[in-house]
Design a protein. Structure first.
Length: 408
């Protein structure tokens, strides 16, 4: 009986340590931090790690380790506590490979851009090999490539511009293009601020001023554009546009559009790809020390005139400008067009410069068309304002409304 009690007392004096590691779901080649703790403390020179893949480490209770293959590994550690207790601990760790390559479109054809994306990679510098005999290139996580011939190609991507030991691959089947296919083309662009209007008045150093672009397009492809504020590059945009009709992009909140300089500021979206054959509108915001009222010049309601397909009657009017420095011209068109139009676009020109463009969906008889320019100033006196509406469901677009105003 005494022996049994003695053994129980010895067992009661034993204590165990803890092995922790981070991250909890490690990837191949990802650095893992292992840490050893014990209630009685750990004597560092006594520590010996075995990571289960043939590698070891010693003399530290905290060590860094990365695995070059996926799998389950038993990590064990032998050490002595500060109370001279010899301890052996072990855990099992699962290492996975989550890096992969995706591409769009998923059914690519020859001579069409394919967007490859290196997902869950550790670096932004990826060595791409597209498997068609072209030289490997060190590019970013998203790369664009096109194939001249149909076939099955193995695409590989290597992290850290080729310095990784793991080559991540996928196969892409490229086929001949069959049947008619609409070219990637932008029909029109509508710009507005977060208030839904082409103008905004903000106080100096305001935050979260964001511009939006509503884009109608045909076909599919890669949109490459850049937001510009007062002619200076503000933010670059690259977006894959699938087969659809609309997309919306914004200028972003981090950072937001600059509001540190008092005065008028211009915002536009410069389209780099695809080529756009018409000018992009410019919207404006006014920065003041305190929120000032921007005067409105309201045009009396206009009655819409139906075009006969060849010409549109032009009625000339005069707009007397306000004495204030900055103002907005706004109004309403009373639509009398008989047929229903699925998509129309309102375009406002100041002389030959496009200053506003709005998308109109499901235009029906009796549906009024409200419009407003961006912020203007009295320097436009002597110019001409053109208000037009086009039916863009026809090719070429059909002019269905035209009004001209002289500015005095």
């Amino acid at each position: 009986m005494k022996k049994i009690i003695f053994l129980i007392l010895i067992f009661a004096n034993l204590s165990f340590g803890t092995i922790t590691y981070n991250p909890q779901m490690p990837n191949v080649e990802q650095e893992i931090t292992f840490n050893l703790t014990h209630p009685d403390g750990v004597y560092p020179p006594s520590v010996f790690w075995d990571f289960g893949d043939g590698s070891t480490a010693s003399s530290n209770s905290t060590v860094l380790k990365s695995y070059l293959t996926s799998g389950n590994f038993t990590v064990s550690v032998n050490y002595r506590t500060l109370k001279e207790q010899n301890v052996t601990e072990s855990i099992t760790i699962n290492v996975t490979e989550r890096r992969r390559i995706s591409f769009f479109p998923t059914n690519p054809t020859v001579n069409r851009d394919i967007v490859f994306t290196a997902e869950s990679f550790f670096s932004n510098d990826i060595l791409w090999d597209f498997g068609d005999g072209s030289s490997p290139q060190c590019l970013q996580r998203q790369a664009v490539h096109r194939y001249d011939e149909p076939g099955r190609y193995r695409v590989s991507a290597i992290d850290w511009c080729g310095k990784s030991v793991a080559s991540i691959g996928t196969y892409v089947n490229v086929s001949e293009e069959k049947g008619p296919r609409a070219p990637f083309k932008i029909s029109f662009i509508e710009l507005k601020f977060d208030n839904g209007k082409p103008y905004k008045n903000v106080v100096k150093d305001s935050e979260d001023l964001v511009a939006y672009a509503n884009i109608k397009y045909e076909g599919s492809g890669i949109l490459i554009a850049q937001w510009e504020a007062d002619g200076v590059l503000f933010k670059q945009v690259q977006k894959v546009l699938p087969y659809a009709e609309y997309t919306t992009i914004d200028s972003g909140k981090i950072p937001s559009l600059p509001t540190n300089i008092v005065g008028m500021h211009n915002v536009t979206l410069k389209i780099i790809q695809p080529e756009v054959e018409y000018p992009i509108p410019v919207i404006r915001y006014y920065v003041s020390l305190k929120k000032e009222k921007i005067e409105d010049i309201t045009i009396p309601e206009i009655e819409g005139k139906t075009a006969d397909g060849k010409e549109v009657q032009i009625k000339e009017n005069t707009i007397n400008l306000q004495k204030t420095d900055y103002f907005i011209i706004k109004g309403k068109i009373k639509n009398k067009i008989k047929e229903e139009i699925k998509y129309a676009v309102l375009r406002i020109f100041l002389n030959d410069k496009l200053i506003q463009q709005n998308i109109i969906k499901d235009l029906k008889e009796g549906k009024d068309i409200e419009f407003a320019t961006s912020i203007l100033n009295k320097k436009i006196s002597g110019g001409k304002l053109y208000i037009t509406v086009y039916d863009i469901t026809t090719k070429p677009p059909k002019l269905i409304f035209f009004e001209r105003y002289f500015l005095k």
